[in-house]
Design a protein around this ligand. Structure first.
Ligand code: ZN
Length: 382
């Protein structure tokens, strides 16, 4: 009988509801029961972000129990619950190798057989993807913002918005009049610059007491706030605060002043396979990010100063990343490894010829970490 430990973690729990953790545990228990495993122990780290590098006492206790053979399997909801640090993940792999015959099952991403190099490589790729998620603005934080937006509630700090009181819920009459004037003038063809100059000459200041700038005028007029709405990722919600101008006028202003809206999200990472994840199939050097002459995202093997590559390999990023993603998903979906298309004579997922320079490309390969380039199974050269 396999004796399993359930590990659950939620990275932010400001309300202290632990709902996220309860859900993880329920799903993990169901999975353990399907597998016929006994749940010997639960380990719950709450309100701690693995990415912040804080210690996770329950995770440490689980590792100790693994070492002492108090448990011989781990059930976790998603790989990103278990570890997000590549370094921490390598520790876990080393530990599993030392103990031998440790099973890791995830509710959402299948099982990891860390005793084989193929299983480890898949786990590393999934780990790298989880880390990327963590690098982005936190998914859970974004969900919280979406909930606030849908409820039309006030989000976050920053300076007092012009036209509204400090609590952002009441209209300041004299500032609202200025906003209506600005809106009318812009729609009549007045420039943002001339409006800023005029306001400053009349002694009218921003909410921070500063002079107006053309971009400051634009920022106020582009905001959905002044029309009593909230925007979240392209969707509009009625806000709890009163409008200063009607939504139709706001829409016309936003069209006139440009479709670009201020975004508080960070741009997504543009290259996913740098840092040694992707290696040249000719010389094994890590490939680096370098757009081609048409600004298309591309990975190259660089022989220039500071690089040890052969300089004879390049691949467009988009189809390559697509290919890697398909390979990962394939592995997560099936116990078969290596996949049949990694051996000659089998069809593999599409790898359009136009994506590589045929005269220089024999293929790229996945390896992680950079110091142990052992994994070659996902090579796209078929
Ligand atoms: Zn090379």
């Amino acid at each position: 009988m396999v004796s399993a430990g359930i590990y659950a973690r939620i990275s932010s729990d400001p309300d202290g509801t632990r709902l996220g953790v309860e859900r993880q545990i329920t799903d993990c228990e169901a999975l353990a029961s399907r597998l016929g495993w006994t749940v010997a122990e639960q380990y719950v780290d709450n309100d701690i972000s693995a990415w912040s590098g804080k210690d996770r006492p329950e995770y440490r206790r689980m590792v100790d129990d693994l070492k002492n053979r108090g448990i011989d399997a781990i059930v976790v909801w998603h790989p990103d619950r278990l570890t997000r640090h590549p370094r921490e993940f390598e520790e876990l792999i080393a530990l599993v190798e030392g103990i031998g015959d440790v099973r890791i099952e995830t509710v959402t991403a299948g099982d990891y057989d860390l005793s084989t190099s193929a299983g480890r490589s898949v786990a590393r790729i999934v780990g790298a993807i989880a880390r990327k998620d963590s690098d982005d603005a936190s998914t859970r934080l974004r969900r919280k913002h979406a909930e606030l937006a849908a409820a039309g509630k006030v989000a976050g700090g920053g300076p007092r918005p012009f036209g509204y009181t400090e609590d952002r819920l009441q209209v300041v009459a004299e500032e609202a009049a200025v906003i209506r004037e600005m809106a009318t003038r812009v729609l009549a063809g007045d420039s943002q610059r001339s409006i800023a100059v005029d306001l400053n000459s009349r002694g009218i200041h921003t909410s921070q007491g500063n002079d107006w700038t053309p971009s400051g005028v634009k920022r106020v007029l582009m905001s959905t706030r002044i029309s009593g709405r909230r925007e979240y990722q392209g969707e509009f919600f009625d806000a709890v605060w009163p409008p200063i101008i009607p939504p139709e006028q706001s829409d016309r202003l936003r069209r006139k002043l440009g479709s670009r809206t201020p975004k508080d999200r960070r741009a997504p990472k543009r290259y996913l396979l740098t840092g040694g994840l992707l290696r040249c199939g000719r010389c094994d050097a890590p490939m680096i990010a370098r757009p081609d002459v048409n600004s298309r995202r591309r990975y190259v093997c660089d022989s220039g100063p500071g690089h040890a590559g052969c300089g004879r390999m390049s691949a467009l990023a988009e189809p390559l990343e697509q290919f890697i993603a398909e390979a990962v998903l394939y592995r997560l979906d099936t116990p078969e490894w290596p996949p049949p298309w990694s051996t000659p004579g089998h069809n593999r997922p599409s790898w359009p010829d136009s994506t590589t320079r045929s005269q220089t490309t024999k293929g790229c390969s996945m390896a992680w970490p950079p110091t142990t380039p052992t994994v070659r199974s996902a090579a796209p050269n078929g």
